[in-house]
Design a protein around this ligand. Structure first.
Ligand code: GDP
Length: 414
């Protein structure tokens, strides 16, 4: 009996324990349900934290140190305020290469070849002066002393120079005798042929060797048209397919470097320039290095032209020459720029510069604005330096190869 009682007690206690466990687990479940519902309710009713406003970087305002966004992430804000989102497969166009060297402009498209102006159209003043004399001489019937005097006066007024005029007239007297010429008209025809003949012999080409940087140095006093001539030459060389580097080695005149910079951008040439007052030698050195690195064909070197500090200037030019000569065979031309309207003064400049640096050719500028076209003859006859190019205006195409026949024809045209 006692055993039965014990068993009943155990059974009752066991059932109670099971019931308590079930109750506990139900409570737990209920608590979980309540907690979950509360969470859901909170999620529905509580205000969401605001999303950070999306940054709208401009094309260059990417955050530093972050990898560049993939195409789908790129947002470019257009000036209109509309957003442009690139499609994932939309390629980003490569940027134009920018030349990094200081003072070196990114090249533009080379300009098309220029139309060559006619010398005859530009030598109006020189022709007008000579035409007056020649017209009068042709109207006479005999060659007398007065004819010879008038001819001398015409040549000197055209700035052929006393020495060269004397040489020309001596030669002409001899020819007149030999050819038994009797009229002033025939005399002028002889003179014309004589002038062409005397200038024909020179080599007027600009030396150039393909496959290496060729240096053409430009010297001359301030204001003669040196920088303009360099710009014009850069234009025609770039148009013919040559890669050009311009070196602004006149570091004392900021305006000269700025003028060259405009030309370099216009013609698609690189420009190397230094700080104001920098050593011109370092500019030339850097230009040579830039030309080598970029496979340039031509280095056009602008130099200073302060003639009042003559000794220093000539020393500086010699030094620049030495720097170029460190690359054997690179220096192809030393071109002296002379303003034709300065007439015989230009000859003196040529002598001074010629002593410092071996001048290989002359560029005679501003022939369009002067009656003193005869300086062409004086430069070649007196100094033995060929006139290679002539400037006949301020536009890019107004620098042309000098052709003696065309020049004499233009002077003698009625
Ligand atoms: P630089 O000091 O020797 O470099 O001289 P620039 O190149 O600055 O030229 C001085 C002035 O001469 C500028 O106004 C040029 O436009 C002008 N010039 C240069 N060449 C010619 C030319 O052949 N004809 C004319 N009419 N003007 C020229």
């Amino acid at each position: 009996m006692e055993l039965v009682l014990v068993l009943v007690v155990i059974l009752v206690l066991g059932l109670a324990a099971v019931g308590a466990t079930v109750a506990t687990s139900r409570r737990s479940q209920r608590r979980r349900d309540v907690a979950e519902r509360a969470a859901v309710d909170r999620a529905v009713t509580e205000p969401r934290p605001k999303a950070e406003p999306k940054a709208k970087p401009g094309p260059t305002a990417k955050p530093k140190g972050e990898p560049p966004p993939g195409p789908a992430d790129i947002e470019i804000v257009l000036p209109s305020g509309d957003d442009l989102v690139l499609e994932p497969d939309a390629g980003i166009p490569p940027e134009e290469p920018v030349v990094e060297a200081p003072g070196v402009a990114a090249p533009a498209e080379p300009p098309p070849p220029a139309v060559r102006p006619r010398l005859r159209d530009r030598l109006g003043k020189a022709r007008a002066l000579l035409a007056g004399y020649f017209g009068d001489l042709r109207s006479r019937s005999v060659i007398d002393d007065e004819v010879w005097d008038d001819l001398e006066e015409a040549l000197i007024r055209a700035d052929v120079g006393v020495t060269v005029t004397a040489q020309i007239l001596d030669d002409l007297r001899r020819r007149v005798k030999e050819a038994a010429v009797s009229t002033p008209s025939e005399l002028l025809d002889l003179l014309k042929a004589d002038l062409v003949e005397s200038m024909r012999a020179a080599d007027r080409s600009l030396a150039f060797s393909p496959g290496q940087p060729n240096v053409w140095m430009f010297v001359g006093v301030n204001g003669v048209g040196k920088t303009t001539s360099i710009g014009k030459i850069a234009q025609r060389e770039a148009a013919s397919g040559r890669k050009v580097v311009m070196a602004a080695a006149d570091t004392f005149r900021a305006a000269a470097a700025e003028q060259l910079q405009l030309w370099s951008q216009r013609v698609g040439a690189d420009l190397v320039r230094g700080q104001d007052g920098a050593d011109p030698g370092s500019v030339v050195f850097d230009a040579m290095a830039a030309a080598g690195n970029r496979g340039a064909d031509l280095v056009l070197v602008d130099t200073a032209g302060r003639l009042h500090t003559k000794v220093n200037l000539m020393e500086e030019l010699k030094k620049l020459r030495r720097i170029v000569d460190r690359t054997p065979g690179a220096l192809k031309e030393v071109l002296l720029v002379i303003d034709a309207s300065t007439g015989q003064n230009g000859l003196n400049q040529a002598k001074i510069f010629g002593e410092a640096v071996e001048v290989t050719g002359v560029i005679l500028t501003k022939l369009d604005g002067t009656a003193k076209g005869g300086i062409v003859l004086a430069v070649q006859q007196e100094l033995g330096i060929p006139v290679k190019l002539v400037g006949v205006g301020e536009s890019a195409e107004d620098l042309i190869d000098f052709d003696p026949e065309e020049f004499v024809e233009a002077l003698f045209a009625a």
